[in-house]
Design a protein around this ligand. Structure first.
Ligand code: PHE
Length: 459
């Protein structure tokens, strides 16, 4: 079977940016930035994105394009050793499991979108509404819709599915984001939020903040999940990988900054006396418990329809961002199964779809609905739910490990010369440039070292 490719560099950039821009950019980043030093955080984060994340991103894309395989195939073909096959498996199972928790969150977002459109802001803004919602029966209706949509898009393949979805959803997302920022800026006290987002406070930066923000940058750029290896395997030979990678990183950063200008001003417009320390730490709490209250408060100024409209618009924005990310992460196991077993896309989707439904339902039931799932195992001083376990094992621990193994694999097994040869294709001026030397050096030395430290700290 001939491998399907993205139609152009732009198609690839939109798909990869679609993967990168997600809940992490829209909600986790603004909250993290405001709590950890504002502009000081922003400067540090930008350095991380370009000096640590970008080399890893380019390595993934190059590895994918060179082998024309998804992660399992790429590791086993070049690795030629049982151990590397194992790493390949890990690089497929990790995105699959992260896909499970990302799917559950996307379902919640879709549910909130549906409810906002049905004019149920008042219900959503009540204390405890979120807990009720995630344990309701209607959740499974939303889940069916989200899974159906995701698999329908993936069934379309690389060009007609992934690329086409990204070319509609991403521009729509940018426009919605700009409109929302412009609207929020007109609200009274919005400037308080802007200052709060941007005032630099270097004293907040410590080791914990450094490692957390690097982990966040990694997640936000969809690194170490095999996504960019898989998408890289669909890039044409004459497309400039380095240019595309820079563009994806820049877009992701830009969206994160715009989101800061949306969320924080909205918070302060709602309550100018907000105590920064009280801003909820988790992005989940922010989206589902805090923001509905803000939308409800808007009702006094712009009426029921106005407020419902703004709320729906916001949840639609987050939903689009989450969908393009969800597609990218599920494509990894789908493509891996197709590559390794030589089966059709449809068969691969059916097999993984069944598994995905099963695990997502288990996760969704683990928020108090079913006891043994809600207190699945005990460690670290408490009962952990099935959902928590997936987060802890795959997101906090295996993700940095995958990043570390990838760097070592590319530099010491695949070798620098081959990486360079691939990066230069489509961009001859890159040969011998400073960035090229920087990438060679950093990927073989301090980047894996930093990832090893994060891995050890989290384990
Ligand atoms: N990059 C996405 C975000 O910022 C997260 C994500 C991770 C998406 C893994 C897909 C896969 O939210």
């Amino acid at each position: 079977m001939k491998r399907e490719l993205f139609s152009s560099k732009l198609g690839f950039i939109l798909a990869a940016a679609g993967s990168a821009v997600g809940i992490g950019n829209l909600v986790a980043f603004p909250v993290m930035a405001s709590q950890n030093g504002g502009a000081a955080f922003l400067i540090m984060y930008t350095i991380f994105v370009f000096f640590i994340c970008l080399p890893v991103m380019l390595a993934e894309m190059s590895l994918g394009r060179h082998t024309r395989k998804s992660p399992y195939g790429a590791y086993s073909e070049i690795g030629q050793h049982k151990l590397w096959n194992g790493v390949g498996w890990l690089a497929v199972i990790t995105p699959f499991m992260i896909g499970v928790f990302y799917l559950v969150i996307t379902v919640w977002i879709f549910g909130y979108l549906a409810k906002a459109m049905m004019g149920q802001l008042e219900t959503l803004a009540q204390d405890g509404a979120f807990g009720v919602f995630i344990n309701s029966n209607e959740l499974y209706v939303y889940m069916a819709v989200v899974i159906g949509l995701t698999f329908l898009i993936l069934q379309g393949g690389v060009r007609q599915g992934i690329e086409r979805a990204a070319t509609y959803l991403m521009p729509a997302l940018f426009i919605m984001l700009i409109l929302l920022v412009a609207y929020v800026m007109t609200l009274e006290n919005a400037m308080l939020g802007v200052t709060f987002f941007l005032i630099p406070d270097f004293s907040k930066i410590n080791v914990q903040v450094l490692t957390d923000s690097l982990a966040q940058a990694f997640f936000s750029l969809s690194l170490a999940m095999g996504i960019l290896i898989t998408y890289g395997s669909y890039i044409q030979k004459n497309n400039d990988i380095v240019g595309a990678g820079k563009m994806v990183a820049a877009l992701s950063l830009l969206v994160a900054c715009c989101a800061g200008l949306l969320i924080l001003p909205a918070v302060f417009a709602f309550d100018p006396a907000t105590d920064p320390a009280e801003l909820t730490d988790s992005s989940i709490g922010m989206i589902f418990m805090f923001l509905p209250k803000i939308f409800l408060a808007l009702q006094q100024d712009i009426g029921f329809f106005g407020a419902s409209f703004v709320a729906s618009f916001f949840f639609l924005l987050v939903f689009f961002a989450a969908m393009t990310s969800l597609i990218s992460i599920i494509e990894v196991p789908v493509a891996s199964l197709m590559d390794s077993k030589g089966i059709s896309r449809r068969k691969s989707l059916i097999v993984l779809g069944v598994l995905m439904v099963f695990l997502s339902v288990l996760s969704a039931l683990s928020f108090g609905r079913v006891d043994w799932l809600s207190s699945f195992i005990s460690y670290g001083g408490g009962d952990k739910s099935f959902f928590d376990v997936i987060m802890d094992v795959f997101y906090y621990s295996i993700l940095p490990l995958n990043g570390l193994l990838l760097c070592l694999f590319v530099i010491y097994r695949w070798k620098k010369a081959n990486l360079n040869e691939e990066m230069v294709q489509g961009n001859e001026r890159f040969e011998g440039s400073f960035i090229q030397k920087y990438i060679d050096f950093s990927l073989g030395t301090f980047i894996p070292a930093i990832l090893a430290i994060i891995f050890l700290l989290n384990v």
